[in-house]
Design a protein around this ligand. Structure first.
Ligand SMILES: *Cc1c(COP(=O)(O)O)cnc(C)c1O
Length: 373
């Protein structure tokens, strides 16, 4: 660490966001699908923790649509990029609908009641909406069995232009047989809806796992989230992606614990020999999950994997650095990402924490500075 750097400019715990890697991953998705398939980049939850502004400014002009979870996120996107269509993935609250209509965000319509409400809110220009069909997810959408009947009523409403049909895949990374059947069924339903006069709507159903596993069933557009950030929900695609986030912290204290000394709350870990212990400036309040306690989690220091010792605390963790030479305080530590020839993927942390890569990224908290490369 450069001692001349001021404390204010110094990051204790930060995430370096490689926007070049984001562009690389988008190109990998395009190459996999072919140029005819449009891409909606899913940037909900602060772009999966990567920071909404820089991410959407990088993607603007490169993707056909941006997907968010709710009205507030749609507004954040619009504040950064004016001209990319913004799709809201889930249902809005009734009170939010007027603002969605006024700002021309594209809602996912899941019921006739919603469609009637948007129809009443439409001005002289018809409102673009997408119909969401539930083909197996069991979360939102018009039941597939009712889709044709409901769509017929929606198409008769004034003020709406149905510009898209959507569905979602619950097991695209777990059950290929179900997913293949679901995609085929959805494709047939889309055909029936097109016969009602919906042509030519954009049709989208695939998330990252669907894109990787079923590129030939991608319809007109996909909704790519996780893979754009460099994490593949199906491991066969991981070599084609680059991690966008490198999450770092620093050593704040170095001590040698004697043999038989407990480390951290609960004293679940005890040294068996004199152990060089580094205390690090990150904890579960930053998003380094407490479930990583005692689960074989490692951090990278000087290009080597170092075991995390004992329980993760709110603001600090401890790592075994006995194998490393003496280091200055402030030494950089990688929690997620690459250092030298070693790399810790989000999937590795997720497996050890008993969760999924999506939650690792979205869990990286506001106390972690984002630094854009
Ligand atoms: C979050 C989300 C996506 C993106 O999923 P990934 O697995 O991150 O690619 C796609 N569609 C819907 C409806 C979502 O909620």
């Amino acid at each position: 660490m450069n001692p001349s750097r001021s404390a204010a400019a110094l990051h204790r715990t930060w995430a370096e966001i490689d926007l070049g890697a984001l562009r690389h991953n988008l190109a990998a998705v395009r190459a996999h699908l072919g140029a005819a398939v449009r891409i909606m980049a899913v940037v909900k939850a602060n772009a999966y923790g990567h920071g909404i502004g820089p991410v959407v400014r990088t993607l603007a002009g490169q993707v056909e649509m941006l997907g968010v979870a709710n009205l507030r996120e749609a507004g954040e996107v619009r504040a950064h990029v004016a001209d990319v269509p913004v799709f809201i993935l889930g249902p809005a609250l009734p009170e939010e609908r007027a603002a969605i209509a006024a700002q021309r965000f594209i809602p996912a319509i899941c019921s006739l009641e919603e469609a009637r409400a948007y129809s009443a809110l439409a001005g002289p220009e018809p409102l673009a909406v997408h119909l969401k069909i539930d083909t197996g997810m069991g979360r939102v959408g018009i039941w597939e069995s009712e889709a044709v009947a409901v769509a017929r009523e929606i198409l008769a409403l004034p003020g709406l232009r149905v510009t898209g049909l959507a569905s979602h895949l619950p097991v695209a990374d777990e059950d290929d047989a179900f997913t293949r059947a679901q995609l085929a069924h959805f494709h047939r339903t889309v055909g029936e809806l097109r016969a009602l006069g919906l042509a030519p709507p954009v049709v989208h159903v695939e998330n990252s796992a669907g894109i990787i596993g079923f590129p030939a069933q991608a319809e007109d557009m996909v909704r790519a989230g996780l893979m754009l950030y460099g994490s593949a929900p199906r491991p066969e695609f991981q070599p084609r992606l680059r991690a966008v986030m490198t999450w770092k912290t620093r050593i704040t204290l170095l001590r040698t614990a004697p043999a038989g000394h407990g480390i951290s709350y609960g004293r679940t870990f005890k040294t068996t020999q004199p152990t060089r212990v580094a205390t690090l400036a990150v904890g579960y309040a930053d998003g380094y999950q407490r479930h990583l306690s005692g689960r074989g989690a490692e951090v990278l220091i000087r290009g080597r994997r170092c075991p995390v010792l004992g329980r993760v605390t709110m603001d600090q963790i401890m790592a075994d650095v006995t194998a490393l030479p003496d280091m200055p305080l402030g030494e950089e530590v990688v929690l997620l990402g690459r250092q030298g020839t070693e790399e810790i993927l989000a999937a590795e942390l997720a497996t050890k924490a008993g969760t999924i890569a999506w939650e690792i990224f979205t869990g990286v908290g506001p106390r972690v500075d984002r630094v854009y490369l």
